[in-house]
Design a protein around this ligand. Structure first.
Ligand code: UDP
Length: 472
């Protein structure tokens, strides 16, 4: 932007149409906007209609534009992890042609917007690279997965070649894999991304995520929401294939610092009530429970978690959105009423603020990458119960590499839930977990502070975008 308020750089941001990918790319969008880059953000129509939260944030920025795009699914589709294949198919059939039309129509540069400098697209939608090429636009891909998961997906052909995939029966699951360089001795078969749990390696979903990962080599560069300090080994390997990497995470923390936000600013009443409830709880006493926006629990799994939490005797704050449990809703409603005596049940919580609250002592999570980064940043020990995608890998990082929590993957038993909660929250090993969690928090804070690796990489990304605009 020059002194007359004219923008010279304009980025089109295109997230994969699920809530957490949209959230994290909105963080990136806000950072770019605050760095005087104009942004047009392709927001999925179904989220746009639910969007006062976003609107409130972005209406103050003159250089920011929302542009709705369809994901091709009906509005009431649950968009949960077990049905992501339907999303891949509908994106191909509906979103891809709509995206091309939008570029063709000139709508994205109407209202006096500057010409596009580049496109930042979710890395699971690599079709953007070819379409953008037709318009002579560079594409930078953004993968909101852990770098370790990205690298593991890159190694799937090697895993197949070495006969490590397909997995041969349940009894084999604890076997260490040897075909993911730098992860030897860490990843077991059960820790591979959930897409690898197939009997036939020609499975269409596995093939899709692997080929999308490879296609990242054709983009101008790759943005990863992680930091050198958190995932040095995997990043070293990825760089041998994709030299232009921007590790910029954790983005939520960078943004918070950039805006110097007081905690809980801009929250709605329901969210403030969560924090008021926490204010009344003793220091580090509460288990925060959230499985993200795409996990589905079966009734018996819900009950195991419920009883485990109740038997632990600790207060809990549990986020139960309406797509979490796939059957027997009346029973769940009864439990929720009962739950008010032992803790608080909500359908949405201000997660970042909850994790930074002094009353929060532990996070029972599905290990989604955003949740993992947010918990690491606040120094909250985790119990991870991964559901799908990269969560199997992320929970291994927590339990085995960083050791700032425990991994209860593939087990869903009230006794284990209770045991793990006690381990993390009662005297004994609690201090050990707290110390390791705080050490990780320190590393992650360092990376987004002035001069830290993510701080420097974000500035490099911003400079590169500005250079691209001058080359137009
Ligand atoms: N989130 C939140 N409140 C909720 C549930 C989720 O703020 O009640 C946010 C959370 O902070 C995180 C994102 O939604 O940023 C969930 O992303 P993650 O990658 O952990 O999981 P996913 O939803 O993709 O499974």
């Amino acid at each position: 932007m020059d002194q007359l308020g004219t923008f010279h750089s304009h980025v089109l941001i295109f997230p994969f149409p699920v809530q957490s990918h949209v959230n994290v790319m909105l963080n990136l969008a806000e950072i770019l906007t605050l760095s005087h880059i104009q942004v047009t953000f392709l927001i999925p129509e179904y989220i746009q209609d639910d969007g006062p939260r976003f609107k409130r944030i972005f209406e103050r920025y003159p250089g920011f534009y929302f542009e709705p795009i369809s994901d091709g699914l009906p509005f009431n589709h649950p968009r949960t992890g077990d049905r992501v294949k339907e999303l891949f198919e509908s994106i191909d059939a509906t979103t891809k042609p709509e995206f091309k039309n939008k570029l063709n129509s000139g709508d994205l540069i109407s209202d006096g917007r500057a010409p596009l400098s580049c496109i930042i697209a979710d890395g699971i939608m690599s079709f953007v690279i070819d379409i953008a090429n037709d318009f002579k636009l560079p594409t930078i891909l953004f993968r909101p997965f852990s770098a370790t998961c990205f690298w593991t997906l890159f190694c799937v052909p090697k895993l197949i070649e070495a006969g490590e995939l397909p997995i041969k029966g349940e009894s084999n699951m604890d076997k260490l894999v040897s075909s993911v360089p730098s992860m030897e001795g860490v990843l077991r078969l059960r820790d591979l991304p959930s897409f690898c749990r197939v009997e036939n390696v020609s499975d269409s979903q596995l093939q899709h995520v692997v080929s999308e990962t490879y296609r990242a080599t054709r983009a101008y560069g790759l943005i990863l929401n992680t930091s050198e300090d958190l995932e040095e080994s995997a990043l070293g390997q990825i760089r041998t294939k994709i030299p232009q990497i921007y590790t910029v995470g954790p983005l939520h923390a960078y943004l918070k610092r950039l805006k110097a936000l007081p905690t809980s600013s801009g929250l709605i009443e329901e969210e403030i009530n969560c924090l008021l409830w926490l204010d009344d709880q003793p220091l580090k006493s509460v288990i925060f429970v959230s499985f993200g926006n795409m996990t589905v629990l079966k009734r018996h799994q819900f009950l195991e978690f419920w009883h485990g939490l109740v038997n632990s005797g600790k207060p809990f704050l549990w986020v139960i959105p309406n797509n979490l449990i796939n059957d027997e809703c009346e029973i769940i409603t009864e439990f929720m009423k009962d739950g008010e005596k032992r803790g608080k049940v909500v359908d949405w919580a201000p997660q970042e603020e909850v994790l930074s609250h002094p009353a929060t002592g532990c996070f029972l999570t599905h290990g989604g990458w955003n949740s993992t980064l947010e918990s690491v940043y606040e120094g909250v020990p985790m119990i991870c119960w991964p559901f799908y995608a990269d969560q199997q890998v992320n929970s291994r990082l927590v339990g085995e590499v960083w050791k700032n929590g425990v991994d209860m993957k593939d087990k869903c038993d009230r006794r284990i839930v209770e045991k793990m909660v006690r381990e993390l929250m009662e005297e004994g090993r609690r201090e050990e977990f707290m110390k390791l969690a705080q050490g990780m928090a320190k590393l992650s804070r360092k990376s987004v502070s002035v001069g830290g690796s993510s701080y420097n990489n974000l500035n490099r990304l911003i400079d590169d975008i500005k250079i691209m605009s001058h080359q137009k």
